[in-house]
Write a protein that binds this ligand. Structure first.
Ligand SMILES: C[S@@+](CC[C@H](N)C(=O)[O-])C[C@H]1O[C@@H](n2cnc3c(N)ncnc32)[C@H](O)[C@@H]1O
Length: 271
């Protein structure tokens, strides 16, 4: 596949911004190029201009294309060892200062991450005292998360006891081996549509998990998002990031690096 010439890509981004209000400048060109070409092929458009015309005439496709740009892959307790670190090292310190935690899963996809956090807090006996927020740019993912229904492949890190405590069997798309996160736990989470690159940020969080979300963001966009998270954390609050998302300029923003995946807003924060 030949890469799309940069001038054409820039024109498309400008046109798309005008059409949809979404600014694709914050996404890396390489990934954008690959996804665009896949989508163009599926839509049988030979040029980017033809693809733009195709999108302009089909508002529903604009939404599908945006969803396509954001990959929703997720699972319960993704990278279990990091949840262990969270449980054993990070949470005890947070809980030594405050018994009611505000927790945000930013880029929550279908909800597996925030429900994992609900389960973790329930194991610690404090889920009732916590406030859980989960957000994503992809409206369909948010709807799916709200439904709390999962196929078994997302649950392979959940043991049998927890499956029977937190889930009930249900059906999804003619499959009868799905699981539904029980309403009593599901209702603890406040799901919202939120674009990390455009919207105002909610605040006063003790823990923000933003994992495997920014891999396609440019370096500048990532830096801005990390600054926003800093403002959204309480003093001493912790940002939990994914494998490819370690903060290079953590100190410059004001974070204290606790480990590769956890960054703390310094106690005397520079606001
Ligand atoms: C790979 S999933 C990660 C899900 C979960 N955090 C995890 O690690 O399992 C990435 C999610 O980021 C969301 N996303 C991408 N760009 C976003 C943006 N600008 N604002 C909010 N969410 C975004 C996508 O819609 C997708 O659901």
């Amino acid at each position: 596949m030949q890469p799309i010439p940069l001038a054409e890509l820039s024109l498309f981004k400008r046109q798309f911004h005008q059409l949809s209000g979404y600014n694709l400048e914050n996404y890396k060109n390489v990934q954008m190029d690959r996804r665009l070409q896949e989508y163009m092929q599926a839509a049988r458009c030979e040029t980017l201009q033809a693809f733009f015309d195709y999108l302009r005439d089909r508002p529903a496709e604009v939404r599908r294309f945006l969803d396509e740009l954001s990959i929703n892959v997720s699972e319960f307790f993704r990278n279990p060892e990091r949840f262990q670190e969270l449980r054993q090292k990070i949470l005890p310190e947070l809980l030594s200062k405050r018994s009611r935690l505000r927790i945000w899963s930013a880029g929550c996809s279908v909800g597996a991450e925030i429900f994992s956090l609900v389960m973790l807090m329930e194991h610690l006996g404090i889920a009732d005292q916590c406030h859980f927020v989960a957000s994503d740019i992809d409206r369909e993912a948010v709807e799916q998360a709200r439904s709390g229904i999962f196929l078994p492949d997302l649950l392979h890190n959940v043991n049998k006891t927890d499956i029977s405590t937190f889930f009930e069997p249900c059906s999804l798309n003619n499959r009868h081996d799905a699981y539904c996160f029980k309403p009593q736990w599901r209702q603890k989470v406040h799901f919202i549509h939120h674009d990390l690159l455009q919207d105002d940020y909610p605040g006063n969080f003790d823990l923000i998990a933003c994992r495997n979300v920014m891999i396609y963001f440019t370096r500048e966009a990532k830096h801005r998002v990390y600054q926003h998270f800093y403002q959204s954390l309480r003093e001493g609050g912790v940002l939990f990031v994914g494998g490819a998302e370690q903060l290079i300029q953590a100190q410059e923003i004001g974070y204290n690096r606790l480990s590769s995946y956890f960054y703390q807003r310094q106690k005397l924060g520079r606001v």
